[in-house]
Write a protein that binds this ligand. Structure first.
Ligand code: T46
Length: 132
């Protein structure tokens, strides 16, 4: 299991009609894909996330616009600026994430490894830092 958040450049085919980017399991996505969701119509100054997941692994992609993802692995913060639809941010389980600085009209795609379960969320940062 990988424990570090990292950017993944996604394969992209460009021609005179435009660009097509794809992801497939195990090549670009290091987990079995179970669910997707996306954030949009995000108000200026909004913050999303603010939690860690016990089991869920994730890839975030800025399909449109840009935003900043702050990730804490239990010891330190790391920041990732997402603004290209051909770059994904892989976030392993047990990493805190906060998503801020959304540009107007931005769309954040999330591809994840688990079904939705509130029990998978750790929403208390100090508990998270204690190793939960
Ligand atoms: C994450 C960031 C990037 C559902 O009912 N089903 C779902 O699959 C999801 C993801 C959410 N919900 C409900 C739970 C809440 O009542 O939608 C509502 C908003 O969810 P939340 O406050 O968790 O939204 P964000 O943007 O803070 O976090 C979400 C994901 O929950 C989280 O996994 O990494 O997007």
């Amino acid at each position: 299991m990988q424990t570090q958040a990292r950017l993944i450049e996604l394969p992209t085919i460009r021609d005179e009609r435009g660009a097509l980017t794809f992801l497939d399991e195990w090549n670009q996505v290091p987990f079995e894909m179970k669910r997707i969701y996306y954030l949009y119509d995000i108000g200026t100054g909004s913050k999303r996330g603010g939690h860690a997941h016990l089991k869920m692994e994730q890839i975030l992609i800025a399909l449109s616009g840009s935003f900043l993802v702050r990730v804490h692995d239990g010891k330190k913060w790391e920041e990732f600026s997402l603004s290209y639809p051909y770059v994904g941010l892989y976030i392993p389980s047990m990493n805190w994430r906060e998503i801020i600085n959304f540009s107007s009209g931005s769309v954040c795609l999330s591809i994840v490894s688990t079904e939705y379960s509130e029990e998978d969320y750790i929403r208390d940062f100090s508990l998270f830092c204690q190793g939960f």
